[in-house]
Design a protein around this ligand. Structure first.
Ligand SMILES: Nc1ncnc2c1ncn2[C@@H]1O[C@H](COP(=O)(O)OP(=O)(O)OP(=O)(O)O)[C@@H](O)[C@H]1O
Length: 701
């Protein structure tokens, strides 16, 4: 394989001469943005409107500043030479000067940069040459060329295609790096897709799904201004994973992306864990129906309504109340908002009743006076008014004398009325709704009939129990039912490790993306214990039908072919029918050790010490079943390696891995074999497993 060339016929100097003015321009723009921001922050605002405009401008400038700062590292990384002699440099952002027709630097996401990623010798897309630059700090260190049009290398060509190999060979740092300089054609096609709906990307471990997802987020921000204006959300399975990917978007100059877990999105801080089967039950869509049913059951389930108005009681029949309920439900509003419609409707009915009462009372008085005195009160009043000069004064109509609006306003502010409404249609808090549903088996039997009595008992929680991860989407669902859809929604949502989402979590994701513009990446062979869906259609069908574009990545960039090969049997069991991906990396075959439980710590530390000595500087990790973590920590593993519980290994990557107790990982959770598959596929170079069993009792503990 041709490599990066560090002394290529003066081409390093040629490129340095191109790159230097880019940094000068970047510095100018940075200085300008900083000065402008300082000016804006110093300026005083005379009115609230001016203060608002100043804050908006300051935010815009701060964003621009962050973007420029983010682009500094590896500002330019590529160059394309057209067969017609046109030269374009490709980098993290676009740079233009007034005196050149062509930009100094083309943003990697611009259409003009597409051939850098997509051109091949078969389809050169008008290119003669593609060049990669290796830039350290602000200095060009090496260049590497690919000739695409079949022409013979000429002076100035430095034929090589080392950049991908070099990127993959680089030591892991514990933080994922952007792959913007080396995005491969099959990845770039998805990243740059004009499809604005839902794009699903599947593929085996290490096929670049996360790379695609994050670069897609950056592309959406650049190419779909409408979605960008409404914000981009990236969802990951846990804080450890989000930390791992947290540098990628800022290094692409994009800081305005919210990275979150589902629980964070729901505003819940889980303070307890629970058995997997309970978490899985809570993840089922039946819970959505149950919560809705429970809320409905609090909406005027029956009975009449009575309020005291002045001296008298007004009573409405159950038919009246049912009509008010009907009007509130038909409004389509969430429970607490629909309560206002219900209340207004009842107040209208009470007002009507009061008005009817007033009319009847007046007519009764008229009739009684007429009968006892023979006087027509209306006629007498009219004659009196005529005597006073009001010739055409109309006869007083009791219905007009009655001030309905004033009565309505009085009733709306009346504490007694509100109490009566509350008893029929109480205001609800999301937490109370979830607590009520899961409080006892009887309530669940009523609202959650599709589950068995045994399942109801498993789900039951005490009202003061702390919330768990699986409670978060229930609370979010309840919030949507009682208070309406979330205030914060996004123009585009990226979900990584998307196979992990339960039906209830998908519901909360969909609520946050009304435009249904999403990039979802994952692998069902790596699904954890809460996942009930077996494929994308099952997971997404309820929300999208078949309206999603499915892509499959097939080339592995992380795990060596030697490691992948040892997982084929496991993969065939956990995902029959899935074609194993093919890795472009090669290395040592995995090593398998065994240790007695008493000797485990010693065996592990010896192994780690040996690896650290043989491969200094490598990022090493130990993955074990969650309940082994404490013991491994006290064995001093942290001195040599990161210690990762198997339940949190998804998406992560290290140079070398020691998997402690593969059989324990399998036994620990219902998704054990898939957890093991995840653990075994985290290393870029080397894998060692240590089976834990007593001598003569394999598999025991
Ligand atoms: N085009 C590329 N250029 C450089 N590195 C790449 C490229 N594509 C993938 N990689 C690297 O390969 C490794 C695996 O990529 P990534 O984490 O995106 O895979 P994944 O499919 O999400 O894996 P998993 O299923 O295990 O979560 C990462 O180190 C990533 O940086």
């Amino acid at each position: 394989m041709p490599q990066f060339d560090e002394d290529a016929a003066g081409q390093v100097e040629v490129e340095q001469a191109h790159v230097a003015p880019m940094y000068r321009l970047l510095d100018e723009q940075l200085a300008d943005a900083r000065a402008r921001l300082a000016d804006v922050l110093r300026s005083s605002a005379g009115s609230a409107g001016e203060a608002y405009a100043r804050d908006v401008e300051a935010e815009r400038l701060a964003r621009r500043l962050r973007r420029l700062e983010g682009a500094e590292e590896g500002l330019a990384f590529g160059r394309i030479d057209g067969a017609d002699g046109t030269v374009l440099h490709i980098g993290r952002l676009g740079l233009h000067t007034g005196d050149r027709e062509l930009p100094l630097l083309v943003d990697w996401r611009a259409e003009a940069a597409r051939p850098f990623y997509a051109a091949t010798a078969v389809h050169p897309m008008g290119l003669r040459r593609r060049r990669h630059l290796r830039v350290e700090g602000r200095t060009v260190r090496a260049v590497s060329d690919e000739l695409l049009d079949g022409s013979a290398p000429a002076v100035g060509d430095v034929v090589g295609d080392g950049p991908l190999t070099e990127a993959l060979e680089a030591r892991r740092t514990g933080r994922m790096r952007a792959a913007v300089a080396t995005l491969q054609a099959e990845q770039d096609e998805i990243v740059r897709s004009p499809h604005r709906g839902v794009t699903v990307v599947q593929g085996g471990p290490g096929t670049g799904k996360t790379v695609v997802a994050l670069h897609r987020a950056a592309y959406v921000l650049y190419a779909f201004p409408g979605a960008a204006a409404r914000g981009v959300l990236v969802l990951g399975p846990n804080a450890r994973f989000l930390d791992y990917v947290s540098r990628v978007l800022p290094s692409l100059g994009e800081n305005d992306v919210l990275l979150a877990t589902c629980a964070e999105l729901a505003g819940v801080v889980p303070a307890a864990t629970e058995p997997f089967d309970v978490a899985r039950l809570k993840g089922g869509s039946a819970l959505a129906g149950a919560l809705a049913d429970l809320v409905r059951s609090r909406q005027a389930p029956g009975g009449g309504f009575a309020v005291r108005a002045g001296q008298e009681w007004v009573r409405l029949t159950s038919v009246d109340v049912a009509a008010a309920r009907q009007a509130a439900v038909a409004s389509g509003l969430a429970h607490n908002r629909a309560r206002e419609v219900f209340k207004e409707h009842l107040i209208d009915l009470v007002t009507d009743a009061l008005e009817r009462g007033a009319v009847e009372a007046l007519e009764l008085i008229d009739a009684e006076v007429a009968e006892s005195t023979g006087m027509d009160l209306d006629a007498t009043a009219a004659a009196d008014l005529r005597a006073l000069g009001f010739d055409d004064a109309p006869a007083a109509d009791p219905a007009e004398v009655f001030d309905a609006d004033a009565v309505r306003a009085d009733l709306a502010g009346d504490a007694g009325v509100d109490r009566a409404v509350e008893s029929l249609w109480p205001r609800l808090a999301p937490e109370a709704v979830v607590r009520a549903l899961l409080a006892d088996a009887r309530t669940m039997a009523r609202h959650l009939p599709s589950l068995s009595g045994d399942e109801h008992s498993r789900l039951a929680r005490s009202p003061d129990a702390p919330w768990t991860d699986a409670d978060a989407p229930l609370l979010d669902e309840a919030a949507a039912l009682v208070d309406g859809p979330p205030e914060r929604t996004f123009g585009h949502v990226v979900v990584d490790e998307a196979q992990e989402l339960t039906a209830m979590q998908w519901r909360m994701v969909m609520r946050r993306c009304p435009a249904r513009s999403m990039t979802l990446v994952g692998d069902f062979a790596q699904a954890g214990p809460a996942t009930a869906a077996g494929d994308w259609s099952q997971a997404l069908g309820p929300h999208l039908g078949s309206r999603f574009a499915l892509h499959t990545l097939t080339i592995g960039y992380r795990t060596t072919q030697e490691i992948l090969a040892t997982t084929h049997g496991l993969l065939a069991r956990i995902a029959p029918g899935q074609t194993p991906s093919r890795s472009i990396r090669h290395g040592e075959p995995p090593r398998n050790l065994a240790a007695d439980p008493n000797a485990l710590a010693t065996t592990l530390v010896e192994e780690l010490r040996a690896q650290a000595a043989a491969h200094p500087g490598e990022l090493l990790a130990v993955i074990c079943a969650d309940d082994r973590v404490e013991e491994m920590a006290s064995a001093g593993v942290a001195q040599w390696a990161r210690l990762v519980p198997a339940s949190e290994a998804r998406g992560l990557e290290f140079d070398a891995i020691v998997v402690v107790g593969p059989e324990e990982i399998v036994a620990a959770r219902p998704s054990g074999e898939r957890d093991l598959y995840v653990a075994l596929t985290r290393a870029t170079r080397r894998l060692c497993t240590i089976a834990v069993h007593r001598s003569g009792a394999p598999g025991g503990r």
